[in-house]
Every structure is written in structure tokens, then in C-alpha cells.
Design a binder for this molecule. Sequence first.
Ligand code: AMP
Length: 224
Amino acid sequence: MRIILLGAPGVGKGTQGHKLSDFYKIKKLSTGDILRRAVLSNSVLGLKVAEIINKGMLVADEIVEQIVFERIIDEADISSGFILDGFPRTLHQAEALDQVLQSIGAYDDIIILNIIIDYNKLIYRLSNRITCLECGNIFAKDAFKAISKDRAVIQCFKCGSFNCVQREDDKEDTIKRRLLVYDEMTLPLKNYYMKRNGWIEVDGDDTAANIFDNVINLISKKIK
Ligand code: AMP
């Protein structure tokens, strides 16, 4: 099973990706997570990448493509099945991915899941979200405050780490820029993919569990 997750920032690709990864027992590859880890390394490349991410812009195609394709082609744990979260994000990346899929004989059985939601809801969601730098878990600031009124410090629900932050690019001005970049660079991928056999689209304005049920149902019809 090979799945591409599409949709604007904050639409729930990460959450659905985790669920799909557990369900189908395949690895999820998030280019955002990989790039954020590169930033933490403080290398020259890491510092450059941090500047781009914090401005809400896209990292160069060659860098991201190299990261993703090395893993898809070379790593046994991922070559037979994967979920791509945040890749492709440009037409160049999509075309390059198709070439790689063709070379590994996987072009025809790819599932492309597009999650859609109103942008105003996304802006609220993103500006309210906290990311755990330890395990990558994402949760809502409001939900945390509601159950932990007595806690001054935010702690990850999943791994217990206190290393939880509001991402620099989850601040309102940057969110708006990310959505503009999405409209210009990534939205055209809908036209690129929508006629493919594996194309499915779901409404992201629902609970994560309901969206997941919907997704599984649609995927099962495609792989019958
Ligand atoms: P995400 O966590 O998927 O929202 O990604 C965070 C940031 O990483 C994006 O806003 C981009 O700056 C960068 N990024 C992630 N994936 C890609 C990609 N496929 N191409 C270019 N930049 C990316």
C-alpha cells in the first residue's frame, strides 16, 4: 500500500497519516518532520532550512526530492509501502515522484488522499496547535488548558515530554503565507492527480475518528 496525503497545512494529514500507518502497518514519511529534525542539527543546511520554514515558504525541490527518494528507493522498510505526508508539494515534485514510482513498478497502485477544509477553520486550528518536539505529536492548546487548568507548563499527551512548542510557522502571519504558497504551488496538484484511479477526497471538518472511517471505507473500495 502506498499513499500520498494531500491538503492544505493543518488539514489533518499528520493525524490521518499516523492512523493509516498503524492500520496498514506501513511507515509514514513526513517531509516537514524530516526537515525540522535537520534544523535541530544546527548544520549549515539546517539553518538555511529553518529560515525558509519559518517564513512559510517551500524548501527547494532538489533538497526535498533527494531526502524522499533516497528513502523510497533504498530502504527496505519503506520501499514496499509508505505514506507520504507533505510530499509532493509542487508539480516538479509530483512528476519526479511519478518517475520513481514507475521505476519501482508502483505507479498504478498509488492512493492519493486529498483532505479539504475551509481556510478560516484552518487558520484557527493552526494558531491553536502545539507540537511536541520529542515525538511529533500535535494537539490543541485549548484542549490542553481545558483538562489541565492547574498546569502552567504544557506537556505532551502522548510521550509526556515538556518539550512542546507553538511552531514558529504556526503563528498567524506565517500561516496566511503558507496558505498562499499552498494555493499557488500545491493546489494545482489536484488537477494533476484527480483523474487517477487511486484518487479519493474527504471532508476534513469532522472528528479524526470519523474522517479515518471515511478514508478506510474509500480506500477499501479502490483496492478491491
Ligand atoms: P509541514 O509540517 O508538512 O507543514 O511542513 C513544514 C514546512 O516544511 C513547510 O511549510 C515547508 O517549508 C517545508 N516542507 C515540507 N514538505 C515540503 C516539500 N515537499 N517541499 C518543500 N518544502 C516542504
